[in-house]
Design a protein around this ligand. Structure first.
Ligand code: NAD
Length: 480
């Protein structure tokens, strides 16, 4: 069986423990590769390699840094089919989604930050007759990047690329549930002639490898994307060490539909924003609020459309939804569906596991599930499920919807469907979220700030925000 390797000091290495963890294909339920069960000893090796590389990498010319990051992007693109197949196999997502979104976006992340580094500028502040201040934006040193399983390479590269572009060296950990494309990335880095030690990828469990990265006193900044509880744990370790922290955490996003929306157009779009990637996108809208005048009409049209979705083998192009990422996560989602019923919800469609024939007979599949009749305060409507489960709730007016939308502890994104421009602005301003889409969903411009409020996180990624996060600002004053 194939054994993946860590990428430390420019080489593919065995974990110090020489032990491995099983890696499952969620569509079949079978183990298909093994990943290093690394620990703090591997993190230490990675840190030492990164520290040694820092002196040279931080002084590498901007153009050379740009060229090597571009080479990595080209390297991924050249092996597109392999990356697409690997991401789908590891995560369970349909191949067509990995081809349309995940892997092209990883390529764009490297290209975007490779070009950004050539345009990144710092400020100067003149004091007439007194002098001038200029701000140096210096790389931090060795930084840690920790990412989740839902958009594996997409989110991994979203952190690594700006960290490297700004001259830092990186110790990175992909999710142990979806390690494969990070392993392919380490091969691409070697092919591209990436300098040794600048990027190090350590595979393994969160409470061993992740924890060791967060606890290492030489790793000065942590960029983390994952669950809110993990984020809390990371903050409790990193904050007293005064590390810079960027935390992109969970969500329970509202989709807000006013009666004056373009009804025919939105039904399909709301199906996408609910069930893309099996609902396992942090930006999916899991609480759908509909103005009461069109509640019944929307419910009928939406449920009819959801029923047309095909749950199937991720390798088949006609599958709209693939497998849930793991057995444990599938069980968690099913337990929430049960909870919704106990809380008085009516299942309008879905609610069950899907049993497929053939190679996917033992895979982890769940029907797209739509529930109504629940109070907005119940657990189903307050806790993150992170699967193909949405609730429908009617609302009376703007005040009512804002109260319900903002009632959760999370505040990642919100989607508003209306043709009333003034109302769109009003609601966008008042909804508690870091990202708001009006009459669209998941349109991404990599220059914009990305992140959440409340329990959805601290800090912003994207554009200059990430470049600023990965640099320390030092103000220098010169008397005139
Ligand atoms: P998770 O928190 O379980 O794991 C994320 C990463 O953290 C993994 O690499 C894991 O190994 C590591 N980790 C676990 N324990 C750790 C510890 N004690 N110290 C350091 N690292 C540790 O999250 P997940 O289940 O992989 O991902 C799903 C979650 O991610 C959902 O809550 C989802 O909303 C969130 N998410 C948020 C965003 C965003 O941009 N806000 C994007 C994608 C996913």
């Amino acid at each position: 069986m194939e054994q993946l390797r860590n990428y430390i000091n420019g080489e593919l290495t065995e974990p110090v423990s020489k032990t491995y963890l099983d890696n499952y294909e969620p569509a079949t339920g079978e183990v298909y590769s093994q990943i290093p069960d690394s620990d703090e000893r591997d993190v230490l090796l990675a840190f030492n390699a990164a520290k040694n590389a820092f002196e040279s990498w931080s002084k590498t010319s901007l153009e050379s840094r740009m060229m090597i990051l571009m080479k990595v992007a080209d390297g991924i693109e050249k092996r597109m089919d392999e990356f697409v197949a690997a991401e789908s196999k590891d995560n369970g997502k349909p191949q067509k989604l990995a081809r349309a979104v995940d892997i092209p976006r990883a390529v764009s992340n490297f290209r975007f930050y490779a070009s950004a580094l050539q345009h990144f500028a710092s400020e100067s502040h003149q004091m007439p007759g007194v002098g001038i201040n200029y701000t140096l934006r210096q790389p931090i040193g060795v930084v840690g990047c920790i990412s989740p399983w839902n958009l594996p390479l997409y989110l991994f590269s979203w952190k690594i690329a700006p960290a490297l572009a700004t001259g830092n060296c990186v110790v990175a950990k992909p999710s142990e549930i979806t390690p494969y494309t990070a392993y392919l990335l380490s091969q691409v880095c070697i092919e591209a002639g990436f300098p040794k030690g600048v990027l190090n990828i350590v595979h393994g469990l969160g409470n061993k490898v992740g924890q060791a990265i967060v606890e290492h006193e030489g790793i000065k900044a942590i960029s983390f994307t994952g669950g809110t509880e993990t984020g809390k744990r990371i903050a409790s370790v990193a904050a007293p060490m005064f590390k810079k922290l960027s935390l992109e955490l969970g969500g329970k996003n509202p989709t807000i539909i006013f009666a004056d929306c373009d009804f025919e157009e939105i039904v399909k779009q709301v199906v996408s924003s609910s069930f893309s990637n099996q609902g396992e996108i942090c930006l999916c809208g899991s609480r759908i609020f509909i103005e009461k005048f069109i509640y019944e009409k929307f419910k009928e049209a939406f449920v009819a459309q959801v029923k047309t979705l095909k749950v199937g083998d991720p390798n088949n192009d006609d599958s709209n939804m693939g497998a849930i990422v793991s057995f444990q996560h599938k069980q968690k989602i099913l337990s929430y569906i049960k909870l919704a019923e106990e809380e008085g919800g009516a299942i309008l469609t879905g609610g069950n596991e899907v049993k497929l024939d053939g190679r996917c007979a033992n895979g982890y599949f769940i029907e797209p599930t739509v529930i109504d009749g629940l109070d907005y305060k119940c657990r189903t409507n307050q806790e993150e499920i992170f699967g193909p489960v949405v609730t429908l709730t009617p609302f009376e007016n703007e005040e009512d919807i804002l109260m319900m939308a903002n009632s959760v502890k999370y505040g990642l994104s919100a989607t508003i469907w209306t043709n009333d421009l003034k109302r769109a602005h009003r609601v966008a301003e008042k909804v508690e979220a870091g990202i708001v889409w009006i009459n669209s969903w998941l349109v991404r411009d990599l220059r914009t700030p990305f992140g959440g409020v409340k329990a959805s996180g601290v800090g912003r990624e994207g554009g200059w925000e990430a470049m600023r996060f990965f640099t320390e600002a030092k103000n220098v004053f010169i008397k005139s």
